[in-house]
Design a protein around this ligand. Sequence first.
Ligand code: BG6
Length: 480
Amino acid sequence: MSKQFPDGFFWGGALAANQCEGAWDADGRGPSIDDHLTGGSFKLSRMLTQDIKPGVFYPNHDGIDFYHHYADDIALFAEMGFNMLRVSISWSRIFPNGDEKEPNKAGLAFYDSLFDCMHQHNIEPLVTLSHYEMPWGLVEKYNGWESRETIDCFVHYCETVFKCYKDKVHWWLTFNEINTGTTDMGTLLSTSMVKGYNGPISGLKTTPQQRFQALHHQFVASGRVVQLAHEKYPDFKVGNMDCFILSYPATCDPKDILANEAQMRLSNWFCSDVQVRGYYPAYARRYFKENNVELKMEPGDLDDIAGGKVDFYTFSYYMSNVVGTHKDLQKAQGNMTIGGKNPYLPSTDWGWQIDPDGLRYALNEIYDRYEIPIMVVENGMGARDKVEADGSIHDTYRIDYLRKHVAAMREAVVDGVNLIGYTWWGPIDIVSAGTGEFAKRYGFIYVDKHDDGTGTLNRSRKDSFYAYQKIIKSNGADLS
Ligand code: BG6
């Protein structure tokens, strides 16, 4: 059986506005939640400050200045052979406080030029409407997604950008990693309920009631936006986006199997069950009851969710972990949950367990469940790169990670999965969302920018640049 990706497969990379653009207060942009986050590290949590403090380094303010470098960066992506680039629109570039009636024209103009530039290079935009990007004005006014009012603000923003870019963008995602909102970790960037909070991002606490109510508001918003797209722009495709943290039972003890099932439902299936199938899954009833969650709904909410089923399923995949009930289970790090260590898997320097076979398994599970087209819209490894005296960077670890994950996707395609695209996370080095570091690099393109804020912003090709170029040129066949 030939092991090939389908013709027309999308190969590319993924970025988020707040992590790359910089220019945080340029051309009328308002602050977003990310602009209130200091730098951190593997050991030191980022801090959220209600006020922007003078003299403190906020790495997202300048990012890698993609705002002014995008034309050159996109030319480099085209050189690698990209035919898709996932970017996000910074909501507060369009509506600086989040709730204005009229958009900021300069903000709209920026994305207009960005999408034009992509098309000049035959790169299809895949646009995330909200990638951890709440306008700060809505944090102060409504405590993010805690309030229903935020739904209308979001829908108005989406109406505006849909209308503006209808001829330039056809692939859209509503909320980045919406399922992180089921955890305390997601309370910061996903549901943005941080009004009045000053302190480490790892110290944020919310109740299940708050978290699931906020998610309900996001589901209604997403449903309305999908319906709007379907009614007015029939050639649009709108997807969900989940952070898929595959977990395995630690042992074959049936208690571990059940514990893992509960974890998989909560972390991975709950949000996509709602967004793909259009209704709350049956198992949610018991979880809500046992966790004192009583959702406040308005008439029409469930219709909006039912009418707004997504067209394709997308997810990020970095790692897997282990769930068990036995005391000897060791902890492993992760981007959403801190799970158990798997003795069969290596880890990155940040403790994320590397599991390419898990990607194949996840793809099979997802496709079995939903049977709609799938894209892997984030995958990659954060690593420290060494720049040699001649400027070269021999990132063999990243090439190895890339090849193994592409091979796993290829197997899943042979297994029967309708996989239509792959966008590597951070094809150019950007600010880490979790730690705020520049040192945690994902890129095929190195950016001379450092954790003390210094650097020339010069871009250079790593060895992985050429490895990915070869993979794309051969449509995933050449993994040597
Ligand atoms: C995903 C996010 O969770 O993981 C990205 O969608 C993020 O925004 C990526 O950057 C990698 O995480 P980190 O913390 O290493 O940047």
